[in-house]
Design a protein around this ligand. Structure first.
Ligand SMILES: NC(=O)c1ccc[n+]([C@@H]2O[C@H](COP(=O)([O-])OP(=O)(O)OC[C@H]3O[C@@H](n4cnc5c(N)ncnc54)[C@H](OP(=O)(O)O)[C@@H]3O)[C@@H](O)[C@H]2O)c1
Length: 218
């Protein structure tokens, strides 16, 4: 399987690239910083330099051509302000989906976030509100497309080791945390199971082995 990953130097993305490479799949990491090439190659991925806030859908479609799946794992990240929540968390996902559509890549897994799809809690700061608005709009854009999309909304991300045990279900799930390593493994399982298309799934730590949890929602 050839999988093109937007935000290919992100923490989840690097873990995902390792998992794909270990089983012989090809990962292509879209990164904007040439200094990150060595890291993604070390993770077993091919690097492609592409600033998702500057590239055109046509340029990204060239990379996606011939791929089996696209994963949106980019994010403006902590420390970014309101404008970049829109230009990355919303617009870069829209760009990636436009590119996938042009390239005929139907399978698309989007990393969203728990909290998307709801109004921010009263008293939330403006950056959090902009983040949730951006994720909500990116989800809505993807749902309206004729693609085999799956929207994955993790809870609070940690850098703890993988547990292999999760709770995965359509919203709403109670708030919780989830190691990025488990999120990466869930994405692999979602890519393997096209029966998860057209689902929006929330993800936190839990008791179910990943394969069983993914199988259980199809
Ligand atoms: N933090 C949480 O608790 C939480 C909870 C739920 C969901 N999420 C979501 O989960 C996703 C992945 O999380 P993570 O921790 O793995 O993210 P991360 O480590 O912050 O990685 C995000 C990646 O996006 C890249 N990026 C930003 N702007 C870009 C651009 N213009 N072009 C290309 N790449 C760009 C960044 O590259 P640079 O290094 O070049 O900036 C970075 O490598 C994000 O969408 C995040 O919003 C987070």
């Amino acid at each position: 399987m050839r999988v093109v990953i937007a935000g290919g130097h992100g923490k989840i993305a690097l873990l995902l690239e390792r998992l794909l490479a270990e089983r012989g799949d090809q990962a292509v990491a879209l990164i904007r910083n040439p200094a990150h090439v060595a890291d993604v190659q070390k993770a077993g991925a091919e690097a492609f330099i592409c600033d998702l806030e500057a590239a055109s859908a046509g340029e990204v479609a060239v990379v996606l051509s011939g791929a089996d799946a696209a994963v949106f794992a980019a994010g403006a990240g902590p420390g970014s302000g309101v404008p970049r929540k829109d230009s990355v968390d919303r617009a870069a996902s829209v760009l990636m989906a436009d590119a996938a559509t042009r390239a005929g890549v139907r399978r698309f897994v989007q990393i969203s976030s728990m909290g998307a799809g709801q109004a921010p809690r009263p008293g939330s700061d403006e950056v959090w509100a902009a983040y949730i608005a951006a994720k909500t709009a990116a989800e809505a854009d993807l749902r309206a497309r004729d693609l085999d999309w799956t929207i994955l909304r993790p809870g609070g991300l940690t850098d703890a080791p993988a547990t292999g045990r999760i709770r995965l279900a359509p919203p709403p799930l109670p708030r919780g945390k989830i190691p990025r390593a488990d999120v990466a493994a869930v994405i692999v399982a979602l890519l393997d199971d096209p029966g998860t298309r057209h689902q929006t799934l929330e993800l936190v730590g839990g008791d179910s082995p990943i394969a069983a949890a993914v199988h259980g929602i199809t």
